[in-house]
Design a protein around this ligand. Structure first.
Ligand code: DQQ
Length: 528
């Protein structure tokens, strides 16, 4: 996890350039809340250890004098990066601006020059764009007609819109008559992201690729819900339309896939052409109160960068922490196969519980499947997670991990599975229960969860959880569903925190494997 002092939010314009990863981000240099927004800039060679540089983009022109909001980078012809970002102009209107590196031979891309043509896209009476709902340009992709395309997030009344712009030279932009995609009732679309994923395989591909080997993903950050939702579908380039397999119109918002079912927003991907992967970065906002943020002097972190690809079913995406994070692992603890009895709590000894990586796999005995509680009617999984939390027993579950557990269990954050029988099928609920995570009741203690598409009788039920002081980042079903929790325990801190495997169900569950590591501290304030 990446953390800086002061207020810290959306990842902006990630890219790899001359072997160096660049991450820009929405940043308030003057305080721990949102405000005075500039593009701060950090660089890394491994996506784990970071060195901050001076802010890359800050208010300096009439077209961004009231703020430099989110945007993306695109690598143009001749390996030249360009930033498109939203500026808040003198009239407090949202407009799009362009910037180039001052010196393309500097791998650190320290200085950026704003285009004299700025703003390059703006709301006008002709284009009828709402000047307070026009922001967050995507990375550009190149069509077969040689024109660049980008999306800008917007809304008209309650319809969320991805406005499409096209350009031959990345400077002069024409708004297309129709958006790439829109959906009634979804509200403002912030930070859209649009990219291809291979139908087969886990490698990433260039953002401009569009042939038979790929499907396309449209991610939008729904301002009204504060979650990142994604649709998988086809990009019909001749018509410049995205046609989702199942869109917001067909499915209730609650059933559209999310990148993460916890605290995770304003995310963005980039294609890492050196490692042939698509990498996802997201902002994990706070669960503490603004007063507490001001007291501690910072707020907001970025979750561990994740590789992202299409699951072989074609139905959903898979996310997994980038492999480089494993360099931080030390003190490997490994359990042989073990039975976790009903009501049992087993301490995972030998790792630093406040900074750890735990991988655990469970197996449900097929003879026990009849023990699963029957779910009479469909219930929103997040609500189910809070109704049937860690302390509520069933035939099969809850079983999983207790992180940040204090000695007497006054505090813990639990990540668990619970198996239901619903309409004659086995249904796996995956929860992160924060209701007991802190004795400080000013913290947001909401529980999160989702159903996990795992066939428990034929597949292992796996959980990987990355634990780091105020973060519990969990990957269920080998990355089919992720839940990021932000927690501020008062007792279970540093060496007063413990980790347990637990089973609070009445039926025994087998742990088929458990590996845990202490995690070294990543360098966040490296020097050049
Ligand atoms: N944050 C930025 C906006 C974006 C929002 C402003 C999403 O550009 O829409 O800091 O968190």
């Amino acid at each position: 996890m990446l953390k800086w002092m002061s207020g810290f939010a959306d990842p902006n314009g990630p890219l790899i350039y001359k072997g160096v990863y660049h991450l820009f981000y929405q940043y308030n240099p003057k305080g721990a809340q949102w405000g005075n927004i500039v593009w701060a800039h950090s660089i890394s060679t491994d996506l784990v250890n970071w060195t901050p540089l001076d802010p890359a983009i800050f208010p300096s022109q009439p077209s961004d004098i009231n703020g430099c909001w989110s945007g993306s980078t695109t690598i143009l012809h001749g390996n030249k990066p360009a930033i498109l970002y939203t500026g808040i102009n003198k009239l407090n209107h949202q407009v799009q601006n362009l910037a180039y590196p001052k010196n393309v031979s500097d791998p650190f891309l320290r200085e950026w020059i704003k285009s004299p043509e700025n703003p390059v896209m703006e709301p006008t009476t002709e284009n009828k764009i709402n000047s307070s709902s026009f922001r967050d340009p995507t990375t550009g992709w190149l069509g077969k007609d040689g024109k660049w395309r980008v999306l800008i997030g917007s809304k008209r009344r309650t319809t969320g819109i991805a406005i499409l712009y096209k350009s031959k030279d990345f400077v002069n932009w024409d708004k297309s008559k129709h958006p790439l995609h829109s959906a009634k009732g979804t509200g403002m679309w912030e930070c859209p992201d649009f990219f291809p994923v291979l139908k087969n395989g886990i490698n990433g591909v260039d953002t401009s690729l569009n042939d038979n080997s790929v499907r396309h993903v449209l991610k939008v950050s729904l301002d009204d819900h504060k979650h990142d939702y994604y649709l998988i579908g086809s990009y019909e380039e001749e018509k410049d339309r995205f046609v989702p397999d199942k869109g917001f119109e067909e499915v209730e918002i609650e059933y559209v896939f999310r990148y993460d079912y916890g605290k995770y927003y304003a995310s963005k991907t980039f294609f890492d052409y050196e490692k042939n992967r698509r990498v996802l970065l997201g902002w994990a906002n706070e669960s503490s109160s603004v007063d507490d943020d001001i007291k501690k002097g910072w707020s907001g972190i970025h979750a561990i960068p994740r590789a992202i690809w299409l699951h072989k079913s074609g139905k959903q995406l898979v996310q997994w922490p980038v492999v480089e994070i494993e360099k931080l692992r030390v003190n490997h603890v490994n359990w042989p196969t073990k039975l976790l009895r009903g009501d049992e709590l087993l301490q995972i000894n030998g790792v630093t519980a406040s900074q750890a990586d735990v991988e655990i796999s469970f197996e449900v005995n097929e003879n026990d499947i009849g023990e699963a509680e029957v779910l009479e009617k469909w219930t929103d999984p997040q609500i189910l997670c809070s109704q049937k939390g860690t302390s509520v027993k069933s035939g099969l579950g809850p079983f999983g991990l207790l992180a940040f557990a204090s000695k007497g269990l006054q505090e813990f954050t639990s990540v668990f599975f619970r198996i239901f029988k619903f309409q004659n099928k086995n249904l796996v609920l995956f929860c992160s229960d924060q209701s007991r995570s802190s004795l400080n009741k000013h913290n947001d203690l909401t529980s999160y969860g989702t159903f996990l598409d795992v066939d428990v009788l034929h597949e292992k039920l796996s959980l990987r959880t990355l634990i780091d002081h105020s973060v519990v980042e969990s990957f269920g079903g080998e990355g089919k569903a992720c839940i990021t929790a932000r927690v501020y325990p008062t007792l279970a801190i540093n060496d007063k925190a413990f980790i347990y495997a637990f089973n609070n169900g009445t039926t025994d569950i087998k742990i088929t494997s458990l590996s845990a590591w202490s995690m070294k501290k990543a360098q966040l304030n490296g020097k050049l």
